[in-house]
Design a binder for this molecule. Sequence first.
Ligand code: WQD
Length: 338
Amino acid sequence: MGDCILVTGGAGFVGSHSCVALAEAGYTPLILDNLGNSDVRVVERLGRITGTVPTFIEGDVRDRALLDRVFAMHDVAGVMHFAGLKAVGDSVRDPIGYYDNNVNGSLVLAAAMQQAGVKTLIFSSSATVYGEPERSPIPEDAPRRPANPYGHSKRMVEQALADLQHAQPEWRIALLRYFNPVGAHESGLIGEHPQGKPNNLMPFVCQVAVGQRAELAVHGGDYPTHDGTGVRDYVHVMDLAEGHVAALRHVAKAPGLLTLNLGSGRGASVLDVVKAFERASGRPVAHTIGPRRPGDVSAYWGDASLAEATMGWRARRDLDQMCADSWRWQQGNPRGYE
Ligand code: WQD
C-alpha cells in the first residue's frame, strides 16, 4: 500500500478521476468529501476501476476538529485539495459562500496540515484567476485579474499558499490552474454529473445527445473567432488527473512552490465541440445560436509548455476522445450515479 494521499473533494468530478490516477501510480487515496456537489456512490465505482474501494470520510474541510482527527488517524503523506465551489455564476450571486468554502476551507486545511506536520499540498486552482486575458495562449506569468468571486477566491488561496511557502520553505506546494476539464474515465463508470441544469458546455451537449434536453443554446455566434462561437481550452479530465500525480511526484523531489497551467494548449470553439461530439456519438446535437452569455470572453486557451518542460506532462487525449469518453459515461449513466 503506497503513500496515503488525502483527497479533499475526492468524490467530485476532477477529484474522483485523480483518485484513479493516484491508485494507478501506487498511492493510497483517502477521500474527504461533504457530498455537497458529489455522490457517495462514486466510492464504490472507484473500487471497481482500481480494485480497491478507497476509505471515504464524509465531512467538510472547514471542520478543523475533523481534520485533526483525520491526520491523527491516518499517516497522510500529502494532500490534493479539490473541495470547493466552482460555478462562476453562483459565485456572483453568493460571494460569501464562495469565500467561506474556497478560501476559509483552504486556510483551515493548511493550518491543520501545519499542525500535523504534513507539508505537501497540490491545490486545484483555475484559469479563471487570469480573468479577461490580453492574449492567448496564456502563460503562467500573465496578469491575474479575476472577473468574478470564484476566480478571486482561487487567486486568494494561491496568494495565501505562496506566502505560507515563503514563510516556511520546507513546504512542497503546487498550484495547478485548470482550463476546461471535460470527458470521463474510459470505463464509463465515473464522469461529470452536475446537479440540475448544466452550466457547462460538455454536460449540456451530452444531455441533448441522450435526449434529456431538446437543444443546445450556443451562447453567441458573433465573436471574433474562426466560426463566431466561443473558444476554450478543453482538457481531458484523466490528463488533468495524471497532471496532479506528476506534480505530486515533482514536489516530492524538493520543497518549493510550483505554479502550472494544466491545459491542452489548443483552442476549440463551441461548434468544434458540437461537431466532435456528433462524430463520437453518431447522434445529432440540435443547437441554435443565441445571444452571448454575460461575463463570457470570446477566446482563451493556455500555454501548457511550462508543465511539459518542468515535469514532462502534457495533455495526450484529443477532443474526439474527450467526446467519446463523455458519451460512454452519459449513455451508461443517463441519470448519473444511481
Ligand atoms: C464553454 C463555452 C460558453 C454552455 C467555466 C468556468 C471555469 C471552469 C470551467 C472551474 C463558452 C459556451 C456553454 C452552453 C454554450 N470551471 N456554452 N452553451 O465558462 O469557459 O468556464 O467552466 O474552474 O471556472 O468559468 O465553461 O463550459 O460554461 O463554457 O454555448 O449551454 O461553451 O459560452 O464559450 P467556461 P463553459
